[in-house]
Design a protein around this ligand. Structure first.
Ligand SMILES: Cc1cc2nc3c(=O)[nH]c(=O)nc-3n(C[C@H](O)[C@H](O)[C@H](O)COP(=O)(O)OP(=O)(O)OC[C@H]3O[C@@H](n4cnc5c(N)ncnc54)[C@H](O)[C@@H]3O)c2cc1C
Length: 400
């Protein structure tokens, strides 16, 4: 029996476990420092109050039990990986592996060159931060509802106009716009500002996506501030490099990611945001049994372009690695990973989205929203079915 350890129960880790579970002769251990899988891609709906906690997390123990055998979950933080001894160190134990998959994801990069950013803004890459931000958003609405005569304009600032920043801005703006009639006109004084240092929103995406997203954000009365370089943040204001200042009620930052520090028994190559540099087989170079997938790796397409970190790429890379472990065990030839992005869908508040598939199919509005929801729903239902199965077969003894 070969032992495979998957570190990280995010999009990449779960997909790896699913695909590995169908391979004979493997025992799979999934390790995560949190007891749940967090559906980050749904964070925008959660923050704006459209869905609840139970809609965006999946219990990893029940999920692993859902495989019935051959898969176990350990709730612990991996502190060290020893390549020479093939061991993973947890808080008070060490585990041997034959293969290991690093799927540790990334966290918000609160750039250290922006003074006060970390202390004064929220990220959404962690459930706890998304929870805090949702609470702040509720507080903001509550303040306006309780004091309708207070005409003070309250600014909500979002630093970073990439996919997550845009989706969060649009969802909040849509909630405010849709519910003004029931919660009162005063909520109109809440103003959302979407800030980016680049000259465009969604840098790197196609003209079709950028243009239609721009129009939708304007319809939602979001103030788009591109070419705006944040130099400093304090508890109530953002200071821009060109001398402008924006006061805010609260701020979130989605302007970049970095991979958390992670101790390995030898130095390995990483890029400027700490992502692992892997070979074309997704190995850490010179470590044939060590793979890395998802946001924690720099992944390039056939033309050498770095792909943006997405759940889709995390899942694709994980599927590839599971398949390559299978082929290695069967002594068949393994082909290099061919990374590409088939499509992108941007949720733009309520029942509106913009999307593009295979560069030729372009959709916007309700049809794009339905397609995006279908993708999410299919993913969620798959997880839920396995969790339900796992919950039924898990006994009290299993928890000890
Ligand atoms: C608001 C928002 C919207 C997004 N929308 C989209 C979208 O529409 N489409 C899309 O494709 N992508 C989207 N993304 C990006 C997507 O969520 C990420 O690319 C994806 O989560 C990456 O998956 P991953 O498995 O690499 O990492 P993660 O999903 O981040 O999982 C990493 C896991 O590793 C665990 N871990 C880390 N270190 C350790 C350790 N030392 N020991 C044990 N466990 C550890 C963490 O607890 C975590 O569970 C969005 C992201 C955000 C924040």
């Amino acid at each position: 029996m070969k032992k495979v350890i998957v570190i990280g129960g995010g999009y990449g880790g779960l997909r790896a476990v699913e695909h590995l579970s169908g391979i004979d002769g493997l025992h799979i251990t999934l390790i995560d420092k949190h007891p749940y899988h967090y559906l980050q891609t749904e964070a925008y709906s959660y923050i704006a109050g459209r869905v609840n906690l139970h809609d965006i997390i999946i219990d990893l123990k029940n999920w692993c039990f859902g495989f019935k055998s051959g898969v176990e979950f350990i709730h612990d933080e991996v502190t060290f990986v020893d390549f020479e001894k093939k061991r993973v160190h947890l808080s008070d134990t060490k585990l041997h592996y034959d293969y290991i998959i690093l799927a540790i994801g990334a966290e918000t990069n609160f750039f250290s060159f922006i003074e006060g950013l970390r202390e004064n803004s929220f990220g959404v890459k962690k459930l706890q931060r998304a929870f805090n931000f949702r609470t702040e958003f509720e507080k903001l609405l509550y303040n306006k509802v309780e004091s309708p005569l207070d005409k003070e304009e309250l600014n909500l600032a979002i630093g970073g106009a990439g996919l997550s920043g845009v989706e969060i801005a649009a969802e909040m703006a849509d909630v405010i716009k849709k519910h003004t009639k029931s919660i009162g006109e005063s909520t109109r004084e809440i103003k959302i500002h979407l800030i980016d240092a680049s000259s465009t929103i969604l840098p790197g995406m196609s003209d079709y996506i950028i243009q239609n997203t721009h129009e939708r954000l304007e319809d939602l009365s979001i103030n788009i501030m591109t070419d705006s370089f944040i130099e400093k943040v304090d508890s109530s204001s953002i200071y821009f490099k060109d001398g402008r200042k924006l006061d805010f009620f609260f701020m979130i930052f989605t302007g970049g990611i970095k991979v958390p520090s992670f101790k390995l028994s030898r130095e390995v190559e990483r890029n400027r945001i700490n992502q692992f540099i892997v070979d074309e087989y997704m190995h850490i170079p010179d470590e044939a049994n060590v793979f890395a997938v998802g946001d924690c790796v720099e992944i390039r397409d056939a033309k050498g372009n770095i792909l943006p970190p997405t759940a889709q790429t995390a899942e694709r890379s994980a599927e590839y690695v599971a398949q390559s472990i299978k082929q290695t065990l069967e002594y068949t030839k393994v082909k290099p990973f061919n990374a590409s992005i088939d499509g992108v869908f941007v949720a733009l508040g309520g029942k509106y989205a913009v999307g593009e598939m295979f560069k030729v199919i372009k959709v916007k509005g309700y049809s794009a929203y339905l397609l995006k929801k279908l993708i999410t729903y299919t993913y969620y239902v798959g997880l839920k079915l396995r969790v339900n199965t796992g919950f039924k077969i898990r006994t009290k003894k299993d928890d000890t």
